[in-house]
Write a protein that binds this ligand. Structure first.
Ligand code: NAD
Length: 363
């Protein structure tokens, strides 16, 4: 650490989400907000007065050149992540970067290797991995409270926000993917997806993705910004119990259903019918601490106490791998050979996350 007893942090990108991230980091224990940085003069003018002890700048390179800065938090658009993370790691900074880590798995691999070789922390803002409800789900699953996990499915639906440079999957699904991989503790061996563009050519409004894991478990993701319901829901079905995480519910975010089916065995009566069980519904108490505050404090603690972040670079890479596999299903003609910069949309040939249209296309 530097000339103080905490992490000297620069928050870069103070836009829609970055202003929340900056506020949360500023309130962490063990942190000194050294810089707030945004290349937009208007954004900087609005946010800088909130952090009078931090230096306000539009110059990211100057932040990286300052040896007093231990770590940067990048809350910039996804196409910029690869280069900005790379530069920060090369400058010797620990990095928190918003999801998705990169647009291409190959780029994410490079960053994971770089962070390892430079012995720097790399953490991705997979916010929901820090949600108290997801922590509880993980504990229940790992403790076997639901029995053997058969499958889970996620719905992230709304009417809008309709984005123009990324499809509904890139916009909404990174959270679902990160939760599924975190809960299952493994990567899918098979990824299939289908989606349709109703509003804009080449940009899917609704996507269904199907993940099959080596042990037979499966997960389904349904995302849409063209839906009458506002849903953020996950359902996990185990052999003993079933669990629903409804993030839209104000108080009962988790409900555990003592429901299941009993299959007759040789030891009992193999010819008896399968019976189903309808038991009690349990609503566990959850901490009301905002996931963002848990996430930002976790990053600071990982830097201070030399711990591996829960959503480290490897985790970010696994999520990007799934995103990329879905992208290949939706846009099979694309080859991911490009880098994230310099995106110029071609009429009607945008990839799901249009910046990946920098990728070369096969003839
Ligand atoms: N974890 C979550 O729940 C969550 C929610 C929303 C957004 N995000 C992620 O946060 C990131 C930012 O999203 P947003 O909605 O805040 O975008 P935004 O466009 O509102 O803000 C991005 C800001 O970054 C600034 N910026 C871009 N390049 C810069 C550079 N080189 N130097 C300094 N500033 C630069 C822009 O001026 C802008 O103010 C994205 O990766 C997005 O996926 C995460």
């Amino acid at each position: 650490m530097n000339d103080h007893d905490g992490v000297n942090l620069a928050v870069v990108g103070l836009g829609n989400w970055g202003k929340n991230v900056a506020r949360s980091f500023a309130a962490c224990r063990g942190v000194r907000l050294g810089y707030v940085c945004d290349e937009s003069p208007g954004v900087l003018a609005r946010q800088a007065p909130l952090y009078p002890t931090a230096t306000a700048t539009d110059d990211y390179e100057a932040v990286l050149r300052d040896p007093r800065v231990d770590a940067v938090a990048l809350v910039t658009p996804a196409p910029a992540h690869y280069e900005m993370v790379r530069e920060a790691l090369l400058a010797g900074k620990h990095v928190f970067v918003e999801k998705p880590l990169t647009l291409l798995a190959r780029e994410a691999e490079n960053l994971v290797d770089l962070a390892k070789s430079r012995e720097r922390k790399l953490m991705v803002g997979h916010l929901l991995e820090y949600h108290p409800a997801v922590t509880l789900m993980k504990q229940q699953i790992d403790a076997g409270a639901l029995g053997q996990i058969h499958y889970m499915y996620c719905q992230r639906l709304n009417l809008g926000v309709v984005r123009q440079c990324e499809n509904a999957f890139w916009s909404l699904a990174p959270h679902d993917i990160s939760i599924i991989l975190y809960l299952f503790g493994s990567e899918p061996e098979e990824v299939t997806a289908t989606g349709t563009c109703f509003l804009q050519k080449g940009i899917e409004d609704v996507v269904f993705a199907h993940l099959r894991f080596p042990d037979g478990r499966m997960a389904q993701i349904h995302v849409s910004w063209l839906d009458p319901h506002k849903e953020r829901k996950m359902t996990v079905v185990g052999s003993e119990k079933m669990l629903v995480f409804d993030d839209m519910h104000p108080s009962e975010k988790i409900r555990v259903f003592d429901k299941g089916a009993t299959i007759p065995t040789e030891a009992t009566s193999p010819l008896a019918p399968i019976t189903v069980r309808h038991g009690d519904i349990h609503v566990p108490h959850l901490s009301s601490q905002p996931p963002l505050d848990i996430e930002t404090q976790h990053f600071i603690d990982c830097v201070l106490f030399d711990r591996t972040p829960r959503s480290d670079g490897e985790d970010g890479l696994r999520v990007v791998r799934v995103l990329e596999r879905v992208e290949r299903q939706l846009h099979p003609a694309h080859v991911f050979a490009g880098v994230s910069e310099g995106f110029a949309p071609e009429d009607g040939v945008s990839a799901g996350f249009s910046p990946s249209a920098t990728a070369e296309r096969l003839a």
